[in-house]
Design a protein around this ligand. Structure first.
Ligand SMILES: C[S@@+](CC[C@H](N)C(=O)[O-])C[C@H]1O[C@@H](n2cnc3c(N)ncnc32)[C@H](O)[C@@H]1O
Length: 295
């Protein structure tokens, strides 16, 4: 195991412990211990403005687990998890390999603590790994030797982009990023996306964005219409389309609560067998993308 103890404030030498990182703030919000004093201070500042940040993190993780389970139930055997974060409860390989022990998982993150801990957790798991890369550099991810060793792009695959694209500014072209991953997928593949929105808490979210401005990851929130637009390269959504993360196929109605408190929209988009395919011959679990909501 390559895992190191990050319960202290001494990280690996290449880690910037003077500025908070999105990965470590998120770890703190989820009750993890792989974070430093700067991360805890930033997370507490966020929580003081918007206590719903914890709901966001929990609902986002629950969404991720549900889409992975959905993928496994619908024949997906390989996953590319972009902006995978620090290992926490319900990691993709745990959820997938609990049902399919040889399900393949490639995690990608640009945060050294996240990559190091992911590799430590994975140990000698032969079917899962983590690579250190910037997800906006799509070619370096898609052609990375570890990606090519574990994933077969001629077969259906699920790409996960959960709570990561809101760290990609417009000038890094998040729509291009989604398109380039979508273009690499075989028919019958899926792309799961969650993305924070300012819609319901505009003033608090503006303060949260200002806090993230001081960290390593500036935040770029988007409306439901903009988030839906990012998924344009994939023509279909699995029911119920682009919704608050807690509303996406909840296991129990009580989990939904006030959906707006999840602070993010999520969707599972689908690439059909033939892109021109339409009408009743489509898989029954999919439906056409809902119209854009002008929120
Ligand atoms: C909020 S965490 C989400 C973790 C996980 N995807 C989830 O939904 O539970 C966002 C992660 O994206 C990573 N990230 C942000 N921008 C990135 C980029 N350009 N390339 C790779 N990783 C990035 C951060 O380091 C962080 O670990």
């Amino acid at each position: 195991m390559r895992e190191r103890n990050h319960n202290t404030d001494q990280g690996p030498s290449e880690v910037d412990t003077t500025r908070a990182s999105a990965a470590r703030i998120y770890d703190y919000l989820l009750g993890g211990s792989h974070n430093f004093a700067v991360d805890r201070e930033a997370a507490e500042a966020v929580l003081a403005v918007l206590p719903e940040a914890c709901t966001f993190a929990r609902q986002n993780r629950a969404f991720l687990r549900r889409v992975v389970q959905y993928g496994i139930e619908h024949g997906i055997r390989q996953f590319l998890d972009l902006g995978s974060g620090l290992p926490t409860v319900g990691n993709v390989h745990e959820t997938a390999q609990a049902r399919v022990p040889d399900a393949r998982v490639v995690y990608v993150d640009n945060e050294p603590v996240a990559v190091e801990h992911s590799l430590g957790i994975l140990g000698d798991n032969p079917y899962a790994t983590c690579i250190h890369a910037d997800i906006t550099d799509t070619q370096s991810v898609l052609t990375h030797p570890e990606t090519l060793r574990l994933l077969d792009f001629t077969q259906p695959l699920m790409v996960l982009m959960c709570a990561v694209l809101h760290f990609v500014p417009d000038d890094r072209q998040p729509d291009r990023v989604v398109r380039e991953y979508a273009d690499a997928l075989a028919p019958d593949s899926y792309l799961a996306l969650t993305h924070a929105t300012p819609t319901d808490y505009p003033e608090q979210m503006a303060e949260v964005v200002a806090i993230y401005e001081q960290t390593q990851n500036s935040a770029h929130l988007r409306t439901r219409a903009q988030i839906t637009g990012l998924l344009a390269p994939l023509p279909l959504f699995v029911y119920p389309g682009v919704v608050y993360t807690s509303e996406w196929q909840p296991e129990h109605p009580a989990e939904v609560g006030d959906p707006a408190r999840s602070l993010a929209f999520g969707a599972l988009a689908y690439l059909p067998l033939t892109r021109a395919h339409s009408g009743p011959a489509l898989p029954e679990h999919c439906r056409q993308a809902p119209g854009m909501d002008p929120m």
